[in-house]
Write a protein that binds this ligand. Structure first.
Ligand SMILES: Nc1ncnc2c1ncn2[C@@H]1O[C@H](COP(=O)(O)OP(=O)(O)OP(=O)(O)O)[C@@H](O)[C@H]1O
Ligand SMILES: [Mg+2]
Length: 286
C-alpha cells in the first residue's frame, strides 16, 4: 500500500539507542521528525557522532527505531514482511564502495539486488543495460569491480541501487574516498538523476560545497535535529556552523573575511561563482 502523500521517507518522533551501551550513554537519536518529499534533495550535516549514519540506516530499515516510527512510501519499516518493499524504494550507498561490491564482474554486481526480486532474466538484462548506459558504465560491464577506480566503483554501487528503480537514494558520505574529479563525477551523476528522474536524495556529507547544491539542509547535533532550512539560510549561518565545529562553503567563509575587511558583499553568497561575480562588480564600481 502506497501513501497518497508526496512523502517518500518520514521519521516521526524517532528515538534510537544502540543496545548494550550501559546506563550513562546518550541516545544516538532522539525525537527526530523529518519528512523527505518526492523529488527532493536533502543534505544531512552535523559533527561526528551526531547520528547521521544512524538516521540513514533507519530510513533503509537496517535499524528499526526504539521509539516513534519510520515510514517509507507510507510503509512502516518495523514490519518484517514489507522490508523488501522498503529496501527497494530506498536504496543506500555507503562511503566505501568496496564494501558494497560483491560480484566478479560489474554486470553481475549491478544485477545482484535484482536477482533477489525474482525478475525474469530478460528484465534483469534490460535494467542492467539501461543503468550502465545512463551512468556511462557499458564499457566496464565485463570488468572485475576491484580493477576500477574509486569513482567508477562508486558509480557501479549507484548503478546497483538504481537498477532496483528506487524512489529515494540514501548516500552516506559517498565521495569521502574519492579524488576531486571522482567526487565531482559522482555528485553530478546524482544531481542529474534527482533533477531528471525525480529520485529523492538524502545525502550525508562533510563537504559543505556538496551540501550547498541541496534543496534543503538538515542539521543534526548530539542525536537531535537542531536546524533545517534552505542552503542560503543554513550554510551562511557561520556562527551556528562554527559552534558545531563545522565549516561553511569556501565562498561563504571567504565572503565573511572580506566583509570583516570592509568589503560590502551581499549577504547570501553561497557558491564560488557568486563570490567572484560580487567581487568583480565591486571593483568595477570603484
Ligand atoms: N554500532 C554501534 N554501537 C554502539 N554505538 C554506536 C554504533 N554506531 C554508532 N554508535 C554511536 O551512535 C552515535 C551516532 O553515530 P553515527 O554513526 O550515527 O554518527 P554520524 O553522525 O554518522 O558520525 P560520523 O560523521 O562520524 O560518520 C555516536 O555516539 C556513535 O558512537
Ligand atoms: Mg556517519
Amino acid at each position: 500500500m502506497v501513501s497518497r502523500s508526496a512523502a517518500i521517507v518520514e521519521a516521526k518522533n524517532v528515538d534510537y539507542y544502540y543496545p548494550g551501551e550501559g546506563e550513562t550513554v546518550w541516545p544516538a537519536l532522539s525525537g527526530i521528525n523529518l519528512t523527505v518529499a518526492q523529488g527532493e534533495y536533502v543534505a544531512l550535516i552535523g559533527p561526528n557522532g551526531s547520528g547521521k549514519t544512524t538516521l540513514l540506516k533507519l530510513f533503509n530499515a537496517l535499524l528499526t527505531p526504539f521509539g516513534g516510527e519510520i515510514l517509507v512510501q507510507g510503509i512502516s519499516t518495523a514490519n518484517e514482511e514489507t522490508l523488501p518493499a522498503v529496501r527497494q524504494a530506498c536504496g543506500m550507498i555507503f562511503q566505501n564502495p568496496d564494501n558494497q561490491l560483491v560480484a566478479t564482474t560489474v554486470e553481475e554486481d549491478i544485477a545482484f539486488g535484482l536477482e533477489n526480486l525474482a525478475l525474469p532474466p530478460a528484465e534483469i538484462r534490460r535494467r542492467v543495460e539501461d543503468v550502465a548506459c545512463l551512468l556511462g558504465l557499458r564499457k566496464l560491464l565485463r570488468q572485475p569491480p576491484h580493477l576500477l577506480s574509486g569513482g567508477e566503483k562508486q558509480k557501479v554501487a549507484i548503478a546497483g541501487v538504481l537498477a532496483m528503480e528506487p524512489r529515494c537514494i540514501l548516500m552516506d558520505e559517498p565521495t569521502a574516498m574519492l579524488d576531486p574529479a571522482g567526487r565531482q563525477d559522482v555528485i553530478d551523476t546524482v544531481r542529474d538523476l534527482n533533477k531528471r528522474q525525480g529520485i529523492a536524495v538524502v545525502h550525508v556529507t562533510h563537504f559543505p560545497e556538496e551540501a550547498a547544491w541541496a534543496d534543503r539542509i538538515v542539521v543534526l547535533n548530539e542525536g537531535q535535529l537542531i536546524v533545517q532550512g534552505s542552503p542560503e539560510d543554513v550554510l551562511t549561518d557561520l556562527s551556528l556552523l562554527h559552534e558545531l565545529k563545522l565549516q561553511g562553503p569556501a565562498a561563504v567563509e571567504l565572503a565573511a573575511l572580506l566583509r570583516e575587511d570592509g568589503y560590502r558583499l551581499p549577504p547570501q553568497i553561497l557558491h564560488n561563482r557568486e563570490l567572484v561575480d560580487s567581487i568583480c562588480s565591486l571593483e568595477r564600481k570603484n
